[in-house]
Design a protein around this ligand. Structure first.
Ligand code: B1M
Length: 235
């Protein structure tokens, strides 16, 4: 693969060829090439969102399939993840740059036991791009850390991410603790991550399940306008 890649000049490829090559480069953990491809697509007038979803997220989806099927292993997937992050770092300033007035505040973190952060980071970026202030608690966040952050930052929204079937039940631990402390209804709780679905979100008492970062933004906006509506109604 490396010899073949040495001969490829990314800037000479058509858009479609370049996107496919970026999927390969992401798969092979070639961060510099992924960054170069990302820049080329942007220079050609691609939107940051299309570049993100069609070149990077789709590349990571392919990695996920081969990881599941035992073709790729953790070290290779880590390299792919680092390449994905390298591409995302080019897009980040473009996705978060916004003249929009502040929409609200969100605290977000990946739950305890889980170190997957690419999806969470993407959600954070897109939320910032939509005008939300985002406090990112990182990965492996336990209930105490979530509660401390809620108290300290007083957000409108709590976002939780989980990518493992073994860690998604921890979201319920956090929500149940919020109920026990009488603060559950002070916040909108949005959850996301590949193994979740709407039924799970309902079941654990979250306000909504967000399939992807774009849905997270739309859902957050809807909940903010509902909250503002009910605040006005009670005045
Ligand atoms: Co992991 N891993 N992994 N992994 N990994 C999965 C999740 C897995 C599905 C792979 C597979 O088998 N096909 C599988 C889980 C199986 C299961 O639970 N049923 C798995 C496994 C098993 C593991 C380990 C246990 C492997 C091992 O050690 N044997 C281990 C667990 C470590 C741990 O967390 N304790 C592990 C480790 C790793 C790496 C470290 C190598 C790496 C993570 C690097 C990193 O994140 N920094 C990794 C990766 C990269 C993946 C896959 C391949 C890709 C995840 C990803 O980044 N996707 C993943 C396969 C897959 O998901 N198909 C897999 C791209 C990202 C943009 O999508 O994260 O879904 P996603 O986020 C989306 C939406 O879900 C949503 O919006 C995002 C953007 O659109 N969303 C939210 C996510 N969070 C949200 C929060 C919100 C709203 C929306 O709040 C409001």
């Amino acid at each position: 693969m490396a010899d073949q890649d040495d001969d490829i000049v990314l800037s000479e490829l058509s858009d479609d060829e370049l996107v496919l090559q970026m999927h390969d480069d992401l798969y092979d953990g070639l961060a510099d090439e992924v960054v170069e491809g990302t820049n080329i697509l942007l220079e050609r007038g691609w939107s940051p969102y299309d570049t993100l979803t069609k070149a990077l997220v789709e590349g990571m989806r392919i990695v996920g399939v081969d990881f599941r099927d035992g073709i790729l292993f953790v070290p290779e997937v880590l390299m792919a993840a680092n390449s994905m992050k390298a591409g995302m770092s080019v897009l980040r300033p473009l996705l978060v740059e916004t003249g929009a007035p502040k929409m609200g505040k969100m605290v977000i973190g990946t739950v305890k036991g889980d170190i997957h952060d690419i999806g969470k980071n993407l959600v954070g970026m897109m939320m910032e791009g939509a005008g939300f202030e985002v406090v990112d608690l990182g990965i492996n966040v336990d209930v105490d850390k979530y509660l401390k952050a809620l108290e300290e930052h007083q957000p409108d929204i709590l976002g939780m991410s989980a990518l493992l079937t073994t860690t998604m039940p921890y979201m319920k631990v956090v929500i149940d603790t919020m109920v026990e402390k009488g603060i559950r209804n002070d916040y909108v709780v949005l959850v996301g991550g590949a193994p979740l679905n709407e039924a799970f979100a309902d079941n654990i008492g979250a306000d909504a399940y967000c399939r992807d970062a774009a849905v997270a933004v739309e859902t957050a906006k809807e909940w903010m306008s509902r909250r503002q509506g009910s605040a006005l109604a009670t005045r």
